[in-house]
Design a protein around this ligand. Sequence first.
Ligand code: UDP
Length: 240
Amino acid sequence: MPETPRYRRVLLKASGEALMGEQGFGIDVSVVDRIAADIAEARQMGVEVAVVIGGGNIFRGVAVASKGGDRVTGDHMGMLGTVINSLALRTSLVKIGVDAVVLSAIAMPELCESFSQRQATAYIDAGKVVIFAGGTGNPFFTTDSAAALRAAEIGADALFKGTQVDGVYSDDPKRNPSAKRYDHITHEQVLNDGLLVMDTTAIALARENNIPIIVYSIHEKGGFGAILRGEGRCTVVSDA
Ligand code: UDP
């Protein structure tokens, strides 16, 4: 008998920067293919998967604002970046036989369907991987917040935050070798200590909706599936 996965329905948040691999900009298709393979493994285990992708590899609204430009337009550009990344992930998933659909918070019917909670839930129930593009659809938000929001909307059991490191640390482990690593930590502690897990809006939303956040290294091949089997290395942010 196959093992029962730890979670039944999960939302995976991957930053745009994770997609660029060793490049300084844009998309490294081999990285996107690897993330797609990890998602395929989760689907084979019977886990329902939805995804939110960032756009930091393409554009960030604050970059415009910091040069005296209009923040709202900059954020619109950032959200368009997330659509590009989402289309790339869908392509990689479809290539390996995983049924996937992109739902965008900003209507662009020639490219993909528009987001609605009802449609998203229907697709996930039907076994499709749903990729949420366009963040929340609003400026001044981030895709971390979009991930927490969508996780709540689809009733996800957990929000997986794929990062550059294998969990939550008290300080940046790449700069401070004595930084403490946590196996478990509460949402409250993350907020109080200002730990850089996700932005505060995302943490608060996850806490209010009792959604655990699983922080793990997105660069570890098979890491996603291993955690779903209860084996992988991660930090669990939860109040229980
Ligand atoms: N963005 C936005 N509203 C959202 C999500 C994203 O305006 O709900 C914009 C914002 O400019 C942000 C950019 O899209 O800088 C890329 O998203 P994010 O920085 O969250 O990407 P990541 O850091 O995960 O790659």
